[in-house]
Design a protein around this ligand. Structure first.
Ligand code: NSP
Length: 221
């Protein structure tokens, strides 16, 4: 039997260029090609720590929305994501001390502030679960695809950055992103046209914010 094309598959085809822009950014390519400027990497590390701290309440808000819809499977997947984020925060602290990055002194740059503000806007109660779960999936998927690219055969990722790439590029994280994608697709199947339009626009905004975030880490502001 032929598999039905899902909404996310359709979007990924329709917005291929933007998606590739977010997952194959020059910053990621420079890690993969082994010529990354380590000062850019350290800048990314500090800024991403700030982002992840703002990401935690966003994920908590998704958990609240799913709890209202009371789907046990979704709750477990999102709760697993929350646990992974707890590890992520600890990892950033350890990694920052390894690279001599003072996390307490980091000032969030404009692209980071704008991204965190967008996350905050998605935390409102009025934002539908389908829209929030699409955003959640897209945010995690961009990191998964980006860092997995740095681990593919033929990549020249420096040994000291392998662990960073493994954090998001590993098989477990890929499966977790697939679970989020399935949850999002299931919600989109039963969503109204308005919600679908909103979710697609949110997906695109996330991709744009991710590109801006990489640009900032790659020497921009
Ligand atoms: C900007 C950004 N996007 C996504 C992730 C993956 N949690 C992250 N740490 N930072």
């Amino acid at each position: 039997m032929e598999e039905k094309t899902t909404m996310i598959e359709t979007w990924l085809k329709k917005h291929r260029l933007v998606y590739v822009g977010a997952t194959r950014h020059p910053f990621i390519r420079s890690i993969r090609d082994g010529n990354v400027d380590l000062s850019f990497f350290k800048a990314w590390l500090g800024q991403d720590y700030i982002f992840v701290r703002a990401f935690v309440p966003f994920v908590a808000s998704v958990l609240t929305k799913v709890w209202k819809g009371s789907d046990d499977n979704d709750t477990e997947v999102i709760l697993g994501g929350m646990a992974a984020l707890n590890d992520e925060v600890g990892w950033f602290k350890k990694e920052a001390s390894k690279w001599g990055v003072q996390l307490s002194n980091i000032v969030p740059q404009k692209a980071n502030q704008e991204y965190c503000r967008f996350l905050e806007s998605l935390m409102c109660l009025e934002v539908e679960y389908a829209v929030a779960i699409v955003a959640f999936w897209a945010i995690e998927a961009v990191y998964q695809e980006s860092f997995a690219h740095c681990l593919e055969d033929g990549s020249k990722t420096p040994p000291e950055l392998q662990e960073t790439c493994q954090r998001w590029g590993n098989e477990g994280f890929r499966q977790y992103c697939n679970s989020l994608r399935k949850i999002a697709d299931r919600q989109l199947e039963k969503a109204s046209d308005d919600v679908i339009t909103n979710a697609e626009a949110t997906f695109l905004r996330i991709l744009e914010h991710e590109v801006d975030f990489w640009n900032m880490s790659h020497g921009g502001t």
